[in-house]
Design a protein around this ligand. Structure first.
Ligand code: DX5
Ligand code: ZN
Length: 234
């Protein structure tokens, strides 16, 4: 069948990226940790922002992002805002050197306006979907979505277990992106490790966000990241 073949060909050629989540890094030497994962083959840096309001934890603000840029990190930084309100942080993080800004729809009063604000500030824009967030918020936004970040844990903490029910959701979003012929990248965040990453690659995920399964193994970043970057055909 022509359609099945085309899909297989597409899958075969799909190259996925690895985005280490620095929430699990050693904050006492954050610049060196980021350098180390980039040298080990990471494609972009995932920067988790928690505000003790939208999620029950507190992490980093724009100053830390700026410090990484000043330190010399020039790789893309995807700022994952688990924070409310969103819009003032969009401007601060864009000024601090973010390349992508991803937010949770529940945290914004006006999702379409926030997406525009991110673009106006020169960044790629993403939406993060919690495990229980339905997909209807994606409707009417396809042209503006550079990234969909599917949460495979409830946001707020690193080192949690992957929620298997999210697999169906990932598969559905993959189909929706392809149906809309959209440029949108599909990322998955939470509980990804060497035992389950390949299942996500098979589902057509573009970006794997990985925290503890990388940073908990100092000295092994290269072997872990190169294994996770292997495509289906290798
Ligand atoms: C969860 C964060 C994730 C987390 C991933 O709230 O958004 O990015 O740090 O870490 P692991 O891979 O340890 O689940
Ligand atoms: Zn995250």
């Amino acid at each position: 069948m022509v359609i099945a073949f085309a899909t297989r060909e597409k899958m075969k050629n799909r190259i996925h990226s690895i985005a280490p989540s620095i929430l699990a890094a050693d904050f006492a030497c954050l610049g060196e940790e980021v350098e180390a994962v980039l040298a080990a083959g990471a494609d972009l840096i995932h920067f988790d922002v928690m505000d003790n309001h939208y999620v029950p934890n507190l992490s980093m603000g724009p100053m830390v992002c700026k410090s990484l840029r000043t330190y010399g990190i020039d790789a893309p930084i995807d700022v994952h805002l688990m924070a409310s309100p969103v819009d003032n942080l969009v401007v601060s993080f864009a000024q601090a050197g973010a390349s992508h800004i991803t937010f949770h729809p529940e945290a914004s009063q006006h999702i379409d306006r926030t997406l525009d604000l991110i673009h106006e500030n020169g960044c790629k824009a993403g939406i993060a979907l919690n495990p229980a967030t339905p997909l209807n918020c994606l409707e009417y936004l396809w042209q503006k979505l550079d990234l969909i970040l599917v949460m495979s844990v409830n946001p707020g903490f690193g080192g949690q277990k992957f929620i298997p029910a999210v697999v169906d959701k990932i598969a559905t979003i993959r189909k929706l992106i392809d149906i809309h012929n959209s440029h949108t990248l599909l990322a998955v965040d939470g509980g990804i490790n060497l035992d389950n990453y390949i299942d996500l690659v098979k589902l057509g995920v573009d970006i794997l966000v990985v925290g503890s399964a990388i940073f908990n193994y100092r000295g092994k970043y290269q072997s872990i990241i190169s294994k996770m970057k292997q495509s289906l055909t290798e």
